[in-house]
Design a protein around this ligand. Sequence first.
Ligand SMILES: Cc1cc2nc3c(=O)[nH]c(=O)nc-3n(C[C@H](O)[C@H](O)[C@H](O)COP(=O)(O)OP(=O)(O)OC[C@H]3O[C@@H](n4cnc5c(N)ncnc54)[C@H](O)[C@@H]3O)c2cc1C
Length: 435
Amino acid sequence: MTKFSPYWWEDQPKYSESNGIPVKADVVIVGAGFTGLSAAITLAKSELSVIVFDSEEIGFGASTRNGGMLGSGHKVSPQQADKKYGLDIARKIHKEANASLTFTTNLIKDNNIDCDLQICGRLRTSWVPQDQVSMSENLNKLKAIDHFNSKMIDPNLMSESIKTHLYFGGQYYQDHGSVQPRKFHYGLHQLAIDSGAKVFGNKPVKKVTRLSTDEKDGFIVSISNKTINCKNVLIATNGYTRPTLSKYLSRRILPVPSYIITTDEIGIERVNALIPGGHCIVETRKRYCYYRPTPCGKRIMIGTRAAMHSISAEKALPILQKTLSEIFPELDGVKVSHCWTGFTGFSFSMLPNLGSHNGIYSAMGYCGNGVAMAPYLGHMAALKILEPDKKVTVFEDTSLQSRPYYFGKPWFLPIASVYFKVYDKFDNYRRNKYL
Ligand SMILES: Cc1cc2nc3c(=O)[nH]c(=O)nc-3n(C[C@H](O)[C@H](O)[C@H](O)COP(=O)(O)OP(=O)(O)OC[C@H]3O[C@@H](n4cnc5c(N)ncnc54)[C@H](O)[C@@H]3O)c2cc1C
């Protein structure tokens, strides 16, 4: 029987709860995912009093539901970034994307966070021959900007990396890795508490009110039956940002669902035969499939856009099963142990952002690439709070934009689902021409 909850949550220890909500703090953080906890660690280590609230059980958000693929990726090419922001910012974006991977890998290693970290590499597979050409061009541009441990894989040698005939080559990222995200999140939570932060689940923040026009006077944060006075507020709610909390942010972040399944145990030999090397895989096709072996090496986990709008995991299950057997026909009929969904947060610029509106800080917009970037930007948000006059990251330049007629309820995503369904057919047609 398939369970409709994350595979990662099985047999995991409970989060410890902090006691007694203080009436004041230096910083209140809204959202206890990777972003919020990472910011809390840095701030608490700097001797600031920090409270983190999550509206749900701790660990409810995307940080424990994701594919656990740890990489430096973002969705904007150097040419696109150059065109929009200029060469200097384009270069910095690439450098900081790399820095986010180093930061998070070191955060795990330096604090001995037990989260099945594997530097297993990542393969990005070309859906059509043109993808191979454009990835190769991009790679040369990126290598000219910063050291980049990545290489192209010849189409004829793909069978050494993956047992499927679907792709026309790929790009391999040697430094990318994988984690068990629930264990990583648990480790960050523990570190935040040990550093002195207080973290509370089931405490939705209802309202943040500025005490006066002078930011220095601070804020009042309202939860159900209590208010907290604080000097600074950081909103770290990414794909779970709702208009009830912030009309401003919810107009600028799209909650886009992603869906994942995990197979029953199929055995280490079978997984190794399908994915020799045990790396993570992402595709170039718009369907955006990503898959990997689980840390035990006995199962395969695959995620994809089953729909652009929110559908139930039960409804997504057959779509994901079909995708898996298209990639690995021999897995047709294999039982699925878990199927689940969660919200990614997309910015309209397709880049993360560290911003401030009415004196309230926010860090979000990871567009599905947050395992390395969210802890990094949380840390950067903390540095910004510590030194507000200093520019701490290039992601302060990627301002969040809104769109007309979008007020935080993505009414157009069902329409986008239809568009992408048609696009998927076109993608298949495009590819089949080369077979
Ligand atoms: C299915 C899926 C697969 C993914 N796979 C990958 C992957 O393989 N690699 C990768 O790099 N990225 C992946 N991502 C993206 C990554 O998980 C996220 O970018 C990252 O976890 C964001 O962390 P966060 O802390 O900003 O947000 P979250 O972890 O989503 O935390 C936000 C929290 O805010 C809380 N909240 C909302 N409103 C309030 C309120 N009013 N008061 C208090 N709390 C509130 C929510 O309850 C939630 O817990 C995936 C995401 C999903 C959903």
